[in-house]
Design a protein around this ligand. Structure first.
Ligand code: CA
Length: 448
């Protein structure tokens, strides 16, 4: 480290800047970029990629006089300095930075936590990623209608990334869109992202022939030019998937009371069957009792609370199941809805997806985009329910007051405000929020 630090210092010297000159230049940069900047002292340019984390040794270096110490540390390390202006205190903060590749977010976050830093800054995306999250014991069951829109895939990808970041445990995945191929697609995703043993359940008595927006259910059987299967699987062709509601019962029975978070981004068919289930080999409790005992909250992608005349597709397509779900769900379980209008501006184009996955030729999502996706319906609705579940209220700039939500037989979601209600819904963020959130999803997508 010392040797390379010296070498870098020589490069900086070649640029003919004394540390005093540099301190002046950096101070001026701080004034020009109050929201934050990074500077590579080797090139005297702002880095366009890399995940920047500050070293704790230069923490609390504010004002101009601290800059010489910051420069000394930077010369001995990576020759990277950064700064930002704290409007509350009226001080400029400067620090020596360590850079990680853009695809090493988990490592950058771990370093940030070790160094007591609140954020990691992505130079390529221009966004901060929080590192100062509390390590919750967050247990998630992901319930999706895999095999139609691609946002179910991205939401699942986010969950694996959050697992990499030690922010949650994914207990299992329930596929509520019938047919084995849709569960096989999840099997591929589990294996591809390094979690081959996450159990998968499959709905077998759900919505008959629902609309398919993008028929990617055959992804699990993709082959290369020599007819070898492209993607690894754990369950394989001969293994069995448990019924979705049975997997719920098996998983819930083993969890501590009030500890499980459900992320539901498809039909509520398996949840409805769970609520109507009776005692079995996994639990002496009936479905309602088991849900009440074990589930803490449910994050749902769905509902229509604005002026739209179009009813929610997922609830309407499975209306009998949806009505039972709303009727039987115990009223003390927290519900947070992310309606379609919140995700509508998060448009992740096929071109961007393929570019973001350019680090590999073989990737299940990339395969789907290369062969099946025409550029439509690429809005990132489902990942929002995942982000909200893992990151909590902080991730939502706007959220409704508390109330109760009822579902009408025609699929309308009616909201009645009440401070004692169990439900809230996310409301659309501004353009800046939508842009930042999409960049965050894209940053997660390039991790590998
Ligand atoms: Ca979905």
């Amino acid at each position: 480290m010392a040797i390379s630090g010296m070498a870098q210092r020589d490069t900086a010297k070649k640029n003919q800047f004394s540390d005093k000159d540099l301190a002046t230049a950096i101070y001026l940069l701080g004034e020009m970029y109050p929201e934050g900047f990074s500077l590579d002292l080797n090139t005297m340019r702002q880095p366009t990629e890399g995940l920047m984390v500050s070293y704790k040794e230069t923490q609390n270096s504010f004002s101009r006089k601290s800059l010489l110490k910051v420069l000394k540390h930077a010369h001995a390390h990576e020759n990277l300095v950064g700064g930002w202006y704290d409007p509350e205190k009226g001080d400029y903060y400067f620090d020596s930075n360590k850079s990680f590749p853009e695809d090493s977010l988990a490592a950058a976050l771990a370093f940030a936590r070790e160094n007591g830093q609140h954020t990691v800054y992505s130079c390529a995306k221009g966004i901060n990623v929080k590192s100062n999250y509390e390590q919750h014991d967050l247990r998630i069951i992901y319930d999706c209608d895999m095999g139609s829109s691609t946002d179910d895939l991205f939401a699942l990808m986010m969950l694996y990334r959050y697992m990499d970041m030690k922010r949650c445990t994914l207990l299992g995945v329930v596929v509520d869109r019938m047919h084995r191929a849709n569960a096989d697609a999840v099997d591929v995703m589990n294996n591809y992202y390094g979690y081959p043993d996450i159990p998968i359940g499959l709905e077998r008595a759900g919505v008959k022939s629902p609309r398919v927006f993008i028929p990617y259910h055959n992804m699990a059987y993709a082959r290369d030019t020599e007819a070898n299967l492209l993607f690894k699987r754990t369950v394989g062709d001969n293994g069995e998937y448990m019924d979705g509601y049975k997997l719920y019962r098996k998983l819930l029975a083993k969890q501590p009371d009030k500890s499980v978070t459900i992320v539901s981004v498809g039909f509520v068919t398996s949840l409805s069957r769970l609520l109507q289930s009776g005692p079995d080999e996994f639990s002496p409790l009936n479905g309602v009792e088991l849900v009440q005992r074990k589930i803490k909250d449910i994050y749902i992608m769905g509902g229509v609370f604005g002026d739209s005349y179009e009813h929610d597709y997922n609830f309407t397509a499975a209306i009998d199941f949806s009505l039972k779900f709303f009727e039987l769900l115990p009223k003390d379980i927290e519900m947070v809805f992310s309606p379609g209008e919140v995700g509508d501006p998060l448009y992740y184009s096929a071109q961007q997806v393929i570019a973001d996955l350019s680090w590999t030729d073989i990737h299940p999502i990339k395969w789907i985009y290369q062969y099946l996706v025409e550029d439509k319906f690429q809005k990132m609705w489902d990942p929002l329910a995942v982000i909200n579940a893992v990151e909590g209220d902080e991730a939502m700039p706007k959220i409704s007051e508390r109330g109760w939500i009822t579902l009408t037989p025609t699929g309308e979601t009616l909201f009645t405000p009440d401070p004692k209600g169990n439900a809230r819904y996310q409301t659309p963020g501004d353009a800046n929020w939508s842009e930042t959130t999409l960049k965050y999803i894209r940053l997660m997508a390039i991790q590998h």
